[in-house]
Write a protein that binds this ligand. Structure first.
Ligand SMILES: [Zn+2]
Length: 284
């Protein structure tokens, strides 16, 4: 699952390959843009905005793409074999004399006037990896929904954009915050946001995503993907549960000891099947 740091690194590499270059081939393989030929346009820059990527052209247009769950951009030296997936999964091809940038399984492929980018990304909160990061504005947006579960609020890109499920889960653990706690009950909300951002900053220049500082597989995350395994801090088995609105549930992991809370919980919190233990089964 791509996070904001994945998109940040991809945009940085795409910018290196494309900025200032004229496209020798520019195809968009989505129905509504199939007739659009980008060949001959010059790329001015490629920038990330949360989990969206904006490829700006010198003629005042921007190509917006989004990874969602499964998308990715691959960069190949001219002549190299493309290996990102079957041809039918290709949504965009931006090629220069030296590089082929191939977008697989991209979503939200849209062309907009650069001056009107806000129409596609204007709803987003402050970008945790952006040059204009604004902690106060992110906190203001989070606190405007005090009853929201913190594990849901951190993922809502209208509050702050960039974090995905991995950094949500790990940031909550590092700060000892239970995922089902109400936003209003989180003792140190600024610390939670800044620690989560710090985890992403530490990873944005590399493809690996380690939140522990250890890059070894199995040691790279505190609780994410570690259901039933002992907590690295206290030894308690890690729990896993679904969180979020129906049909948009995301798997959450937490340590019931390190992230224990006495705060009241949302009665709608899912209690789920045996494989998804109730959120407070052993929290007290
Ligand atoms: Zn623990």
């Amino acid at each position: 699952m791509p996070e904001g740091d994945t998109v940040w690194l991809a945009a940085k590499r795409m910018n290196t390959a494309l900025a200032g270059q004229t496209l020798r081939r520019g195809e968009l393989r989505v129905p509504q843009l199939a007739a659009t030929d980008l060949t001959g346009r010059t790329v001015s820059e490629v920038v990330p905005r949360g989990k969206h990527m904006l490829t700006r052209f010198s003629d005042g247009w921007t190509l917006r793409t989004h990874y969602r769950m499964d998308g990715s951009w691959h960069i190949y030296a001219k002549g190299a074999r493309w290996r990102g997936g079957p041809a039918f999964s290709i949504r965009a091809i931006l090629a220069t004399d030296r590089w082929d940038c191939v977008g697989y399984r991209l979503h939200d492929v849209t062309l907009v006037r650069t001056a009107h980018e806000d129409s596609v990304v204007g709803h987003l909160g402050p970008d945790v990896l952006g040059p204009d990061w604004d902690l106060d504005e992110a906190l203001r947006r989070l606190r405007s929904h005090p009853d929201e579960q913190i594990g849901v609020a951190i993922l809502d890109q209208r509050n702050l954009c960039g974090p995905g499920n991995l950094y949500k889960v790990e940031g909550l653990f590092v700060c000892g915050v239970h995922p089902w706690m109400r936003v209003a009950d989180v003792e140190d909300l600024p610390a939670l946001v800044e620690r989560t951002r710090g985890l992403m900053l530490a990873n944005r220049d590399r493809p690996e995503q380690s939140t522990t500082g250890d890059l070894r597989r199995g040691r790279d995350h505190w609780v994410y993907g570690r259901k039933d395994k002992p907590c690295y801090r206290c030894g308690t088995p890690i729990l896993r549960g679904d969180q979020g609105p129906d049909l948009q549930e995301r798997i959450t992991y937490w340590c019931p000891t390190c992230q224990a809370t006495d705060a009241p919980v949302d009665p709608a919190a899912r209690t789920g099947e045996a494989d998804h233990p109730p959120p407070f089964a052993t929290a007290h």
